[in-house]
Design a protein around this ligand. Structure first.
Ligand SMILES: [Zn+2]
Length: 466
């Protein structure tokens, strides 16, 4: 080992002294400064309560089933999905009362026509709360957190049997609610939406309806955080769960074909730089500002979702929005989509006793940190382009100023084409053009707007301007 270190440091010295390509690399090696912690966001995160999350999940389980097809059972019975929807609405309203009416609590109710896993016309209700901005020039910018409150057991269409859904997706619903409870105590320049949807288990119907409505009404949603199965399953005897890690899944190239022109195409290596992937990297950059990485950190997975699985972020991806999925590190399939029973000594069912409430609280904190960071930050720069008219060995980027008046400067980020995350950065003032002394052929660039307090927008990868 000692010899190997000597050998490597010998190489470094050699590179730094002898070779032009080595010194070029050194001059570019301006690391990216860590995202600074915002004291107000840190204070908000301290209010996230694992006890509140436990109460929320136990209450959701108490409705016995939240199956989407139970929507013909009246809420007054205290059972079924309507009772759950009314309770969620009441929770949002109580948070709003605690912040002087700062939340607009709404429902998006519609009839889902028969289709796959929906045998008859079925009422679906999405329940959400809007924390509107008081800054008129940034109010149209939206960041959104969601979880699905419907549940299921072993039978896809069993609307009456017990379907506790503590983890799937009581945990994600609790994240939306807890983010609403703590962040509604603060004001942000952009708007935050706290969403809970129905119909996920039957085929993403609730989120599809909501995302289409958002697109049809021209909502400017910058980021969607979908939390589904974030309970940190703690099966007795399981030593492979990692309570310090949450997975974050993101698509690479945009699902929405109409939007695919917004990143450099396949021929230029844009496969790893769709907006959802920028959002995933953003989460990874924000996390260390609020968590010692050994305590808790996101694990960025470069795929849209797990094998054979999907989730509500896909509904937003399909409408062209940046959207990612949070899921616990290791899932236990005995505790998802299972009838509650014991067989050969194995306990099946999605029960509260398998949920790690401290873990869900950390997932909620990471969501709240991301929402608050984005809602505090300037809008991303618009129309970011890289000039490609001339064959030259430096790189010129141009953009339109980030709208909304919060921006005091820009960061140009770059990385080797083979690197997974941004590696280097250069700071610029309030300009709309930057020339960097390296070839665009060798790196991937992005531009990020920054404000005086160190908040950063989502990075935007340039498209070529010919
Ligand atoms: Zn789920």
């Amino acid at each position: 080992m000692a010899n190997r270190e000597k050998f490597l440091s010998g190489i470094t010295i050699l590179l730094l002294t002898c070779c032009p390509w080595a010194s070029r690399a050194a001059s570019q090696a301006e690391g990216i400064s860590p995202v600074p912690a915002d004291p107000e966001i840190a204070a908000a995160l301290r209010n996230v309560s694992s006890q509140r999350i436990q109460q929320t999940i136990e209450k959701l389980v108490s409705f016995q089933t939240r199956h989407t097809l139970s929507s013909d059972v009246p809420a007054s019975t205290g059972k079924g999905i309507n009772a759950a929807a009314e309770w969620i609405k009441g929770e949002f309203e109580s948070y709003s009362k605690a912040c002087g009416g700062c939340l607009e609590v709404k429902t998006d109710e519609f009839t889902q026509e028969p289709g796959n896993r929906v045998p008859r016309p079925t009422k679906l209700t999405n329940v959400y709360a809007i924390l509107r901005s008081s800054d008129a020039s940034n109010a149209s910018r939206i960041v959104l957190v969601t979880g699905h409150y419907d549940s299921r057991n072993s039978e896809t269409n069993d609307a009456t049997g017990a379907s506790p859904g503590a983890n799937d997706d009581g945990s994600g619903t609790a994240v939306s609610l807890e983010c609403a409870r703590v962040l509604s105590q603060y004001k942000f320049p952009a708007t935050i939406i706290f969403l809970t949807v129905a119909g996920e288990e039957q085929g993403l119907y609730g989120s599809a309806h909501f995302a289409k409505m958002a697109r049809a009404q021209g909502w400017n949603i910058e980021a969607v955080l979908n939390n589904d199965i974030v309970g940190g399953d703690k099966t007795p005897g399981d030593t492979k769960q990692d309570p310090h890690t949450v997975r974050v899944f993101s698509e690479g190239i945009r699902a929405a074909a109409a939007e695919s022109a917004s990143v450099p195409g396949r021929g230029l290596g844009g496969e790893n730089d769709g907006p959802s992937r920028q959002l995933a990297r953003y989460i990874a950059a924000v996390s260390p500002a609020y968590f010692p990485p050994d305590n808790f950190h996101p694990m960025i997975v470069f795929r849209r979702d797990r094998y054979l699985r999907g989730g509500d972020h896909i509904s937003f991806n399909e409408q062209g929005y940046a959207a990612v999925r949070f899921t616990e590190y290791r899932e236990n399939y005995d505790h998802q989509h299972q009838n509650v029973r014991t067989e050969n000594g194995v306990e099946y069912g999605d029960l509260p006793k398998f949920v790690d409430y401290s873990y869900v609280a950390n997932v909620a904190r990471l969501n709240a940190a991301t929402l608050a960071s984005l809602a505090s930050a300037p809008a991303p720069p618009a129309k970011v382009r890289i000039l490609t008219k001339a064959l030259v060995n430096d790189s010129t980027l141009v953009w339109e100023a980030s709208p909304g008046g919060l921006t005091t400067g820009y960061l140009v980020l770059w990385r080797d084409t083979s690197a997974p995350d941004w590696e280097r950065a250069q700071t610029f003032g309030n300009v709309t053009q930057a020339t960097l002394p390296m070839s665009k052929d060798n790196v991937i660039f992005a531009v990020q707007a920054t404000d005086a307090n160190g908040h950063r927008s989502l990075p935007v990868v340039p498209v070529p301007e010919r």
